[in-house]
Design a protein around this ligand. Structure first.
Ligand code: TAP
Length: 456
């Protein structure tokens, strides 16, 4: 007898059941991988201009459905409507950008004496993309758009908590004319569908975004087949504020740098390091900025911050605050129903407090003092992670010195911007392996082949 497993999708702002989604089992996963494997033979042979046209049509389909996708994300993930529109727009823009790839995937001609030597960027085959619940649309697109452009087929597994926009993107791909099997969305459990991406030899690459713990297991599993991996993992990024910075601007924007998406952001600047000479002044400026963050109905255009994703995750966030943790001040949030948590600023006493060393993935930020540039760099690097960070200073030389010294993949000066689809993104240390986005994104979905043709 075939037992079909399902999951209930919950609106985190109301705790209401939105819908029920069927979860794939191992056999369904293998069947999807087989379909993708067969489809790839034809997809890689599609003329570059035609592949580009199909990706553009996919982008136009996303654009036509943008408001619907955004509303779906608000309901499924509790993202504010402003963020959700940006996220759907990011997928559209990524697809347009990816449409430029098939005709520009250039090899080289390398001088040799006795013939011609040329290189080709061959597609890998089937790519499995595993997506977390915090940014279901963009993170899916970062994997599937360049992979498809380079001639691969994709099977995408959304997080169990947030499958709805991914399912819709799968429908839009078919409506746009992508051939059957080229892009499939397969809701299911990580331990079932995600694991099968790792163990099924027909999947040639796994793109995983999620926790460092699961990422480590995926890398170990893929190693057995020398399977390619891209890993985008956790973060504990620093927002470094020097005394020579525009303090008003640094304090006014700090909540944005950490509380965006309720802090459920791998790039969240969850440690604010402030030069001791301006520490008290910075806190005075930060307090009203934090109290101003409007937490509430994510469908309202004026809302800055929505709920956390689940009751379990809210408990996990709350557990980071120990009885001894010094809470400087908090913002406010609704009582419930909904998985609400207020923006919270803490002043850790010791460098060993979990809130300072581990990824909270919620709206909690730790503020600590440093003496000079050398100590700022030491503290910024005093973490196993290395994903992003900000540096606030009016001294260009210092901005460059500190940027070069901080071990992180994405730094911004006098800004908290981390993600642009046309610039590379990824982590140092335990924040990940490989880069997504940017001009080289498609190369991560190819093998370089060298061909020598003798002419003598
Ligand atoms: P995880 O629990 O690691 O889950 C991420 C994805 O992996 C989900 O789709 C999950 O499926 C799946 N998965 C779980 N166990 C698996 C296994 N054994 N084999 C294969 N797949 C498996 O992370 P999360 O809690 O969803 O997301 C939060 C984490 O993601 C944070 O640490 C955050 O920093 C990180 N993150 C990083 C980035 C970048 S770009 N570096 C971006 C966003 C988030 P289920 O949903 O079924 O569990």
């Amino acid at each position: 007898m075939n037992v079909v497993t399902t999951t209930q999708v919950i609106d985190p702002a109301t705790e209401r059941v939105v819908t029920t989604v069927e979860l794939a089992d191992e056999a369904a996963t293998d069947a999807a991988i087989d379909r993708a494997h067969r489809a790839q033979v034809a997809w890689r042979a599609v003329a570059p201009g035609d592949r580009a046209r199909l990706l553009r049509r996919f982008a136009e389909a996303v654009d036509a459905d943008l408001e619907h996708l955004a509303r779906l994300e608000v309901t499924n993930s509790g993202h504010t409507i402003g963020n959700a529109r940006w996220e759907a727009g990011n997928v559209r823009d990524l697809l347009h950008y990816a449409a430029g790839i098939p005709e520009r995937l250039l090899g080289q001609q390398i001088p040799v004496a006795d013939g011609v030597d040329i290189t080709f960027h061959e597609p890998l085959g089937v790519v499995g993309v595993i997506v977390p619940w915090n940014f279901p649309m963009p993170i899916a697109g970062w994997g599937f758009a360049p992979a498809l452009a380079a001639g691969n087929t994709v099977v995408l597994k959304p997080a169990e908590l947030t499958p709805l926009t991914a399912i819709r993107l799968g429908e839009l791909a078919l409506e746009a004319g992508l051939p059957e099997g080229v892009f499939q969305v397969l809701p299911g459990k990580g331990s079932v569908v995600g694991q099968r991406f790792v163990t099924n030899p027909k999947v040639r690459k796994v793109v995983f975004t999620g926790s460092t713990e699961v990422g480590t297991q995926i890398m170990a599993g893929c190693a057995r087949q020398v399977k390619r991996v891209t890993l985008e993992l956790g973060g504990k990024s620093a927002n470094v504020v020097f005394a020579d910075a525009d303090l008003e601007a640094a304090a006014a924007s700090a909540p944005d740098g950490v509380f965006d998406n309720a802090g459920q952001d791998c790039c969240a600047r969850s440690r604010i390091l402030v030069q001791r000479s301006v520490f008290d002044r910075f806190l005075e400026l930060l307090e009203p900025a934090v109290r101003k963050v409007r937490v509430g109905d994510p469908a309202e255009a004026s809302t800055d911050m929505g709920p956390l994703i689940s009751a379990a995750h809210r408990q996990r966030v709350a557990d980071f605050l120990e009885p001894t943790t010094d809470i400087a001040f908090t913002g406010t949030c609704p009582e419930g129903p909904g998985f609400w948590y207020p923006p919270t600023v803490v002043l850790p006493a010791a460098g060993t407090e979990r809130v300072l060393t581990e990824e909270v993935f919620g709206p909690v930020v730790a503020v600590i003092a440093f003496e000079d540039e050398a100590e700022a760099i030491r503290l910024a690097n005093d973490t196993e992670f290395g994903l992003s960070g900000s540096i606030w200073t009016s001294d260009v030389g210092r901005a460059l010195r500190v940027s070069r010294a901080v071990e992180a993949g994405n730094l911004s000066v006098n800004s908290h911007a981390s993600v642009r689809y046309w610039t590379p993104f990824g982590g140092f240390k335990r924040s990940g392996l490989g880069r997504e986005l940017g001009p080289d994104a498609a190369l991560a979905f190819t093998e370089t082949k060298n061909v020598f043709i003798a002419t003598t």
